[in-house]
Design a protein around this ligand. Sequence first.
Ligand code: XIL
Length: 381
Amino acid sequence: MARPKTSLAVVALFALSAVALPASAAAKQKPCPRSGAGCTLVQVAAESGIFVGTAVSNEITATEQVDVAANFNAVTSENAFKWSEMSKSAGAIDFATTDRLVAWARVRKLRLRAHTLFWHRIQNAPWLKAELAAATDPAARLRELMAERITKVVGRYRGKVAIWDVINEPLALFGAGYDTADTPVTPKNIFFTTLGEGYIADAFRRTRAADPKAKLFLNELLWDARIGDPKSDALLALVARLKKARVPIDGVGIQAHAMLGTASPWFPSTTASLKRYIDALGKLGVKVEITELDVRLPLLADQPNPLAAQAAVYRRVASACAQSHACTGLTVWGQRDSHSWLDSYSLTSATAPNNPLLLDASGKRKLAYQAVAAGLLERRR
Ligand code: XIL
C-alpha cells in the first residue's frame, strides 16, 4: 500500500513529544457516560481495563502518530515483523524498520503486539519455497529456519514485546482443516504440509524459551466466530489439543475482518454468539483478543443508514468482548478510512474506498467510534 514516507527525524520528533494522554490522567477525568459520548478510546481503555489497539504501518506516518496518541493504548505492527518484510533472501535479516517501530512504541508506552512470526498465506518469506525444494531433508531444513527466526527475532526484542502472534492463520481459509494445496485465493500451508500440525507446538515452545515473559498468541481469521461454525469449531479443537499437550499458548486472537457477505458483513452473527465463543475459548484456559477489526462499508450500501449499520457491527464485537471476561483487548486494523489494507487487497480492492475504520479521511470520529466506546464500557474496572 502506498503511504507517504516520513523521515526518521519527524518520527523521532513525534516520538519525543508528549501528545499522548497518559492512562492515569485519563482516569482522573470525569467518567465516561454509558453511551461513550465525548470519550476517547484511551479513556475507555482506562475505565474498562480492556486494551484498545490499532495496527501501525512500517512508516509510522505523522498522521498515524497523532491518531494513535489520541485514541489508542496498544499497537500491533501491521507489517514490520512479518517474515517477508524482515528477510528478502535466505539468511538475511534486516532489523531497521522493526527496531524503529519497537523503540517508538516503547517511548510512547504503547503495548506492542508483534505480528507475526509464521504466516503462510500472504507475507511468508519469498525465498522459503525454493529453499525447501532444494533441501535434501525439507522438514529438517524448515525446523532449522523456524528455530533461527525465533532465536534471532524473538531474542532481539525479548522483554520489549508484550504479545507475540506466534502463528497466524494456521487453518484453511474456509471450512475446517488446513490448506494443503495451492488455490487462486490461498497458497497451501507450507508449514503444515512440510511438518504437520506439530509446527504449531514447536513454534510456541521455542518462542516461550526465547522470551519467557511475553504472552504467546495464535491468531486466526474467522468469518463468523460462533459455536457450530466449522472453522470456529476447528479452532476450539486445535486449542484444546495444544492445551492438552501442555503447549505454552496464552491466548487466541480473533481477527474479525468483517469483509464477506452481500447484504451485511458476516462477522459476527450476534453479540451473544460471539460472547459464547469467546467464553468457550476462555474455558480452555486462554485469553482472547479481537485483533484486526474492520468493517467494509460497501457491504452495507443497501442499509437505510450504512454508517449506523457499520457502527452496529462494531458494537456487536465490542459488547461481546466486554461481556466475556476472557477478552482482554480489541484492536482495529488501522485508524483512518483513507489508509486501509482493504483498498489494495486483491479480494476487496474492487469496492474501494471500503471506509472500514473508526475515523474518516479527515480524522473525524465516525459513528462506529462511539459504538466501540459504548460496547467496551459495558465492562468497568
Ligand atoms: C495486511 C496488511 O494490512 C497489508 O499492509 C499487507 O499488504 C497484507 O497484510 N490478516 C492479517 C494481517 O493477519 O497481517 C493482514 O495485514 C490482514 C489480514
